[in-house]
Design a protein around this ligand. Sequence first.
Ligand code: PEP
Length: 250
Amino acid sequence: MRPLIARPLIAGNWKMNLLRGPAVALAEALRAGAGGIAAELLVCPPAITLPAVAAVLAGGPIALGGQDCHMAPEGAHTGDIAAPMLVDAGASYVILGHSERRQNHGETDEQVREKTVAALAAGLVPIVCVGETAEQRDAGNATEVVGWQLSGSLPKGFAGVVAYEPIWAIGTGRTPSEAEVADMHGFIRAELERQFGAGGAPIRILYGGSVKPGNAAALLAVPEVGGALVGGASLAAADFLAIARAAPGG
Ligand code: PEP
């Protein structure tokens, strides 16, 4: 196993959950409990609650991210959020190409790549999500699918984070075996080095999909797993902090 290239990143994707009051309360509980955690912590609330959560987290150890951004820096795009707006609201990361956006909004690899370029231009760290469906895995095509997503979604000179999220594990309570996670993360590392040469080696690869306090230590100890992208369990402070404490380095 190669040495850890950075502290593990434990990222919470709050998705379309929590009104302002509960979002602020969760942020306050996380900030109060984050002391002594070695992992880097990140929460990604809905765009509308970003400013309120930013006010709670300002100056503390927990970073803030968006869940999506548009590929244009501004303009006539009703309902969309530009990357510089996320930065203006206090974000330093943005999740891009989550499977729920690929499925519910028809986002293509090309659009994810354009959004990634926009995020990097704005100074955000993009977390680009990839992952196969159950049918694709059952057909033996998981690595091929993820390989195409990586080459289609990551721009030249990519400097960000990749999240491997098997779609069949998201919100289902099912997870791949540690051997399956190790195989896929090893494949992703090799692909990143093929695409970006030496620049592919330090890219963090997160695992996401039904990470809970009970399985976090085992998943986070798998070679090439540089952290976790957590959905459901990130909505409870105790669970999210327990996952973070389970990361290598405590
Ligand atoms: C996600 O949607 O990014 C995710 C990992 O969700 P969950 O942890 O709920 O499976």
